[in-house]
Each structure stands twice: as structure tokens, then as C-alpha cells.
Design a protein around this ligand. Structure first.
Ligand SMILES: *Cc1c(COP(=O)(O)O)cnc(C)c1O
Length: 397
């Protein structure tokens, strides 16, 4: 067998993106122009929102969402214990205190309203829910939870662009276009908010709280400006917006491909690696950003990953729990989140992106099987039983 090399993730880019970038360069207008506006409008429409704000990253989008909702020092925001570090950092930027919630279970690594209840206090202002791996959280349940307690609901939808309901029922939803996400603008992000006032505050803060834009002054609509609040430079440029518009056209097909590959992974894992547990389920609505699974307790994940790497397969860990990072441990103090910690010890992410073939997925699963067999001959047993069961079943047919 020839040596394969299978990356964990990878963007799908082509002639359309190249052509779009060339057009921007030729136009001479490089940032915050008609392409940024068109990208915002098209992205909002895809997610059933009336408007959106394009920014330079999902991290900026989360920061602006919190600020535009008025969250800051003295406030508390509930955040999942297992997510990318950007989710909690955005809360820390505002001076508010992140309060970590444990995940509901290790096989569904998202937080649940019932368990977040104990964390709500007089200072709690918002909950940030993550559509983990693209698997959408129960937004109706969270809306009810937040309405009863007068809290804002923010979705970190970095993993779920193209999922029609990723932003539904939220006060703000934040998306990422980093190259390993479902669609890319290289760096980039988007903020959706259903309240036009929230979006307009965020829009002002995207560009230093200035009352007029470069475009207004260029076109002679304005000659000067005031600064009405402390803002930032979180702008998106025309090159990125042009790439984003081209990617948006591809997104439904890219996500559909991801979903098909995920279903294939699940089938093969159940058949060939019964000791591993895929997270979530095949019927869960998803943008299929990640293919994560749980290894049995005590299995040496580093050795498995090194072994698969030697066979050309890149794997990863999404995510180490936030409260165990050095910085966050000192910022948050010593806290225990037993399910997040166990998830963090046992989770493994397999390659998933639209550029993979079915054969690639079969190869990844076979390298995982071989890695486990090489390192843990004892784990052979359940597989042999499974094969016998299947063989006897087919005899009865
Ligand atoms: C990638 C990611 C982010 C941050 O996105 P950037 O665009 O890189 O800032 C935030 N949250 C989650 C869950 C992510 O995976």
C-alpha cells in the first residue's frame, strides 16, 4: 500500500476564490466596502437573520457580542468547561467573570440547562452555548432557561456556519472563518444579532466607536467624525469578504459532504472499533465540523496518536478543558469539572473535511484499529466477539 497523508482539516478553495481576490485587487478598494456589506447580508439570510456584522475573527465577534449586550466588570457569564479557549477569553476581555459549567455527559460534550441552573446567581447576565463540533445545542431549551432568569443567550457557532438554526433563539451568535473551520476567509468572523440596536452598537465598536466610515468620507457624505464609545479595530477587509462570498456558495455542499463522511465514520467505528464511542449521534442536527470519539478509560492516547501519525494520519484533541490551562487555572482558581476532565482525557479527533474520500475515511479507521491492536493486544477481545456475532447473523440469512 502506498503511503497516504491525511490532514485533520483543510479548506476547499478554487478558481472562484482566486478570481474574487483578483477583482478586489484590481478595484483598488481594499477594506470595508461593498463586498463586506454583501457578505454580511448573504450570511444573515442563510441563517434567517435580518442583518449581520463581518469582523476579523470569531474571537472579536464574541467580544463585541458581550460588549454590545452591556456585559462587563461585576457580571458573570456561564461558559462550557470544554470549548476552544476563545470562548472564555472573550469573557475575560470584558472584565466579567466566566463561570464554567460541566458538560452534560462525556458522550455529548455540551452543557445542559438543568445543570447550569446551580451556577446562576444575582450577577449572572448571560450563557454562552457552543454548537460543539457543529452539533447544535437545544436552543429552545436554552431560550426558556434564559428567559426565566432574565439572561442573554449567546451561541458560539464557530463550528456551525451553514446550519440554518445555529443562531435561532439567541441574542447573539458568533461564527469563525479560520482556515480549519467549515468555510474560510483565512482569518475572519461574523456576528448575528436579532436586535438591530445590539448590532448597531457592535458595528460602531468594530471601528473605534467612530460615527462615520472611511467609505462615507470617501464618497463625500461626511467630512469628520466623533468617537462616542471605546471601540476597536475588528474590521473585515474586502479580500476576505470576497473569499467569504465565494465560500458561502459552496457551504451547503461542503457541509453535506462533511455529514456524509461523518455517517460513514460512525458506521465503520461501530463495526470495527467497538471499544471507541463516537460522540453525539448520527441523527443529531449538525454542520459536522469535527469527528470526535472517546477512547476507553486508561488508553494511552499519545501513543495512539503517534502511531496513527506514523501511518500518515493527523489526529487532534478537541478540547483540553479550559480550567486546566495554566493561565486559566490561576485566573479561575481551583475548580473541578469531573465530566469535562474525563472527556478531556479520553477524546480523540479524527480527520474530517470535504476533501477526504470514502477510502480516506476507511484508511483512518483502519489505522486506528491497527494502532489499538499494536499497543493494546488485550483490546482484541471485543472485536473478535463482534466478528463472530456478525458471522453467525449472516449464516441465518
Ligand atoms: C475557532 C473557534 C473560535 C475562535 O475563532 P477565531 O475566528 O479563530 O477567532 C471560537 N470558538 C470556537 C468554539 C472555535 O472553535
Amino acid at each position: 500500500m502506498h503511503f497516504r497523508s491525511i490532514d485533520l482539516a483543510g479548506p476547499v478553495l478554487g478558481e472562484e476564490e482566486q478570481c474574487a481576490v483578483r477583482h478586489v485587487l484590481e478595484s483598488g478598494w481594499l477594506t470595508m466596502g461593498e463586498r463586506v456589506r454583501a457578505f454580511e447580508t448573504a450570511f444573515a439570510a442563510m441563517h434567517r437573520a435580518s442583518d449581520a456584522l463581518a469582523v476579523n475573527s470569531c474571537t472579536s465577534s464574541l467580544h463585541l457580542a458581550l460588549l454590545a449586550l452591556g456585559i462587563g466588570k461585576g457580571d458573570e457569564v456561564i461558559v462550557p468547561g470544554v470549548t476552544f479557549v476563545a470562548t472564555i477569553n472573550a469573557v475575560l476581555y470584558t472584565g466579567a467573570k466566566p463561570v464554567l459549567a460541566d458538560i452534560g455527559s462525556i458522550s455529548t460534550p455540551i452543557i445542559h440547562p438543568a445543570e447550569a441552573d446551580a451556577l446562576v446567581g444575582p450577577r449572572t447576565r448571560a450563557v454562552i452555548v457552543v454548537h460543539y463540533g457543529g452539533y447544535t445545542a437545544d436552543m429552545d431549551g436554552w431560550r426558556t432557561f434564559c428567559d426565566r432568569r432574565d439572561l442573554f443567550l449567546i451561541a458560539d457557532a464557530a463550528h456551525a456556519p451553514g446550519e440554518t438554526f445555529a443562531a435561532s433563539r439567541t441574542d447573539a451568535a458568533c461564527f469563525s472563518f479560520f482556515p480549519n473551520k467549515n468555510m474560510t476567509t483565512a482569518e475572519g468572523g461574523m456576528l448575528l444579532a436579532h436586535d438591530p440596536e445590539v448590532l448597531s452598537r457592535a458595528r460602531a465598536m468594530r471601528s473605534h466607536g467612530m460615527t462615520t466610515l472611511t467609505m462615507d468620507r470617501h464618497e463625500g457624505h461626511a467630512f469628520t467624525y466623533d468617537v462616542t464609545m471605546l471601540g476597536y479595530n475588528y474590521r473585515m477587509d474586502e479580500l476576505r469578504a470576497a473569499i467569504g462570498l465565494a465560500q458561502l456558495k459552496r457551504l451547503p455542499a461542503l457541509n453535506a459532504r462533511r455529514r456524509r463522511l461523518s455517517v460513514l465514520y460512525r458506521d465503520l467505528l461501530v463495526q470495527d472499533i467497538p471499544e471507541a464511542t463516537p460522540t453525539f449521534s448520527a441523527s443529531w442536527p449538525t454542520a459536522a465540523h469535527l469527528m470526535t470519539l472517546l477512547l476507553p478509560p486508561g488508553m494511552d492516547r499519545n501513543r495512539i496518536m503517534a502511531d496513527m501519525r506514523a501511518s500518515g494520519v493527523q489526529t487532534s484533541i478537541h478540547y483540553p478543558p479550559l480550567h486546566l490551562f495554566s493561565h486559566h487555572r490561576s485566573a479561575l482558581g481551583d475548580i473541578r469539572l469531573p465530566k469535562s476532565e474525563e472527556y478531556g482525557r479520553r477524546t480523540l479527533t479524527l480527520p474530517l473535511h470535504p476533501g477526504l474520500s470514502e477510502k480516506d475515511v476507511e484508511y483512518v479507521v483502519s489505522t486506528l484499529r491497527e494502532a489499538i491492536d499494536r499497543i493494546y493486544p488485550a483490546f482484541d477481545l471485543p472485536v473478535i466477539e463482534n466478528r463472530c456475532r456478525r458471522a453467525s447473523k449472516s449464516l441465518h440469512l
